[in-house]
Design a protein around this ligand. Structure first.
Ligand code: NCD
Length: 318
């Protein structure tokens, strides 16, 4: 059974994921085969609403596109703190309850506070509404649909076992890393290395989680030492908005790390370089034509994965 709300990767087990990815692969083949309208009849009469307290390009637009390619109606509030009554001081709870009242089948919500999507889901359930909440990123917490996109990309371009994944950029504040690392613990023989300066290393909560899952992981400061061994290099931008300006200034002063041609030469010929995007200088455009540069394929996969999710969530319901 598919969960009503998608709040955390903890809700997904490998069986559900296998089913979701089979559907995703079919959707991708159909859409790329030129039959874009194939799913347009599937979710006619259903309504998806995006409401984002933080900016977004991929999550919001791919959900909108996914919904529309499945025939849904959509509406988006891309900057809730400026363009909704949040600017007047309205609470998340009242906002969520109001929007659910407009017969939204799905509300995708992005918010700077950990647990915001869960809180919206709780309000909706307590008032007997059928609306599903999808967590589009809750602060430094989780980003489950990005993690499913990333996991699908790993499967599509490699294998979901016997791999070494290097996480770099900002493992401490990057929610996409938190969700993907948690999901990867479900698969056999996945080794992880987290590379970052001390201030950006994974926090004790994630470490404790990885320990309880008995995952083999290491902490490193120099990515060059790990590049030759990694099957997947998963990089992120430093999450400037999550840290105080002093720390950000210090990190800037110490110098930023950019993956360019030289770094790609250190990686395996079969390696894949992933990034949830946006990149802001940590991957040089000079390597975009390298077949191992996976980030734009990864972004495209996001729409197929979200179509599969919406179909699973809504096809038999109501
Ligand atoms: C990320 C996010 O919002 O967490 N982007 C995304 O959804 N693809 C990554 C980021 O903002 O750095």
């Amino acid at each position: 059974m598919f969960p009503k709300h998608i709040l955390s990767v903890e809700q997904f087990d490998p069986k559900m994921i296998e089913h979701l990815f089979e559907e995703t692969a079919k959707i991708k083949a159909t859409m790329k085969g030129g039959n874009e309208a194939h799913y347009m009849g599937e979710l006619v009469g259903k309504f998806l609403l995006n409401i984002f307290w933080e900016t977004s390009t991929r999550t919001m637009c791919s959900f909108d596109a996914a919904a529309q390619w499945c025939g849904m109606m959509t509406f988006g509030i891309p900057n809730a703190p400026a363009f909704s009554s949040v600017a007047k001081g309205e609470s998340l709870r009242d906002t969520a309850r109001t929007l659910a009242g407009y017969h939204a089948n799905v509300i995708v919500l992005r918010h700077p506070t950990v647990g915001a999507a869960a809180e919206a889901a709780q309000v909706i359930d307590s008032h007997g509404k059928q609306t599903s909440i999808i967590n589009g990123g809750d602060g430094v917490g989780e980003h489950p649909t990005q993690a499913l996109t990333d996991l699908y990309t790993i499967q599509d371009e490699g294998e979901l076992k016997n791999i070494h994944v290097l996480f770099g950029g900002d493992p401490r504040y990057g929610r996409t890393i938190h969700s993907l690392a948690r999901l990867l613990t479900r698969y056999n023989n996945v080794e992880m290395t987290f590379v970052a300066p001390e201030e950006l290393q994974i926090d004790p909560t994630l470490k404790a989680y990885l320990d309880t899952q008995k995952v083999h992981y290491t902490i490193e400061t120099d990515p060059r030492k790990v590049f030759p061994y990694a099957d997947f290099v998963y990089w992120t931008r430093v999450q400037k908005e999550r840290m105080d300006s002093e720390l950000f200034a210090k990190l800037q002063h110490e110098g930023t790390f950019t993956i360019g041609r030289r770094e790609m030469e250190m990686m395996k010929p079969t390696a894949r370089l992933m990034h949830p995007l946006p990149r802001v200088g940590e991957i040089s455009e000079e390597i975009d034509h390298d077949p191992r540069a996976t980030y734009f394929r990864q972004a495209e996969n996001g729409m197929y994965v979200r179509m599969a999710l919406l179909l699973d969530l809504l096809r038999e319901s109501k």
